[in-house]
Write a protein that binds this ligand. Structure first.
Ligand SMILES: [Zn+2]
Length: 264
């Protein structure tokens, strides 16, 4: 009975606050490992590219981003790159706990190393900012409230919430998560050799290509909405930081083209 009295308050708190996360960090790592297993056991849906030099190249970029002083969970989260062999999918995603998946379609869509680094930094930010378990916290709160309103047993709520987020629906990001991940991409890259605003090049190329309605873009835009305000926000960050114009040294196009040449 005492629990019942506390629960409505708890639910309201959870629904009312942003950036609240009732899950321990270890839960992100556990969920990630579970999703990683699911993905690896489903090669039809997720065809893994067996090319260790190519994987190492992308992993090397991730490892360099992880040296940013803003990274909190290096060593606790996996931060392991897996390449998926599907040229028709222009996408990348990151599970909670830092299992990073990058499609060859995305790699071939990009023009330089800096833009790949920016996309990877964005994905790392989803794990670092713990967006998935934060969304689960919100959903758990709403679910608890609903259960209480309907007069059902509250013990069932945790179980319901767990089921609600089983599977990859977990990876669909909200607009505010996207905005935050964009911002952190910029911040993480500031301590690397790459141009910190390079995510803008990806956005600009996407909006150009969107006009041509490539089917490969649908999937990307379903997990990563691209409103014009993301472009505007990135331009603002670049302006505020007074970044020098990008050069070959901060874009690394030639190195990137050599990398692409070794992909199947
Ligand atoms: Zn995202």
């Amino acid at each position: 009975m005492r629990l019942l009295r506390i629960l409505p308050l708890y639910g309201l708190l959870v629904v009312g606050c942003s950036n609240l996360n009732v899950f321990p960090v270890s839960e992100d790592a556990r969920l990630g490992a579970e999703l990683d297993q699911q993905i690896r056991s489903n090669p039809r849906e997720y065809p893994i590219l067996q090319n260790e030099p190519a994987r190492q190249y992308v992993q090397g970029i991730v490892d360099q981003i992880l040296r940013s002083p803003e990274i909190r969970y290096r060593g606790r989260f996996a931060y392991r790159v897996t390449l998926l062999h599907d040229d028709r999918t222009i996408n990348a995603f990151c599970t909670p706990g830092g299992y990073i998946y990058v499609y060859t379609g995305l790699l071939k869509f990009l023009d330089n190393e800096a833009t790949l680094a920016a996309v990877l930094a964005h994905e790392i930010a989803h794990a670092e900012r713990r967006h998935a378990t934060e969304r689960m916290t919100k959903a758990l709160g709403a679910q608890l409230l609903m259960e209480i309103v309907l007069g059902r047993r509250p013990e069932r709520s945790a179980e319901l919430a767990a089921n609600l987020f089983a599977g990859l629906a977990l990876l669909a990001n909200s607009r505010s998560d996207e905005a935050e991940a964009d911002q952190y991409s910029f911040r993480y890259l500031q301590s690397t050799p790459w141009y910190p605003g390079a995510l803008l090049f990806f956005f600009e190329k996407l909006s150009q290509q969107r006009a041509s309605r490539l089917p490969a873009l649908d999937r990307l835009l379903s997990t990563h909405p691209l409103p014009e305000d993301r472009i505007a926000a990135m331009k603002r960050l670049i302006e505020q930081a007074k970044l020098p114009k990008p050069t070959e040294a901060t874009l690394r196009s030639a190195a990137y083209q050599r990398f692409l040449a070794q992909l199947p």
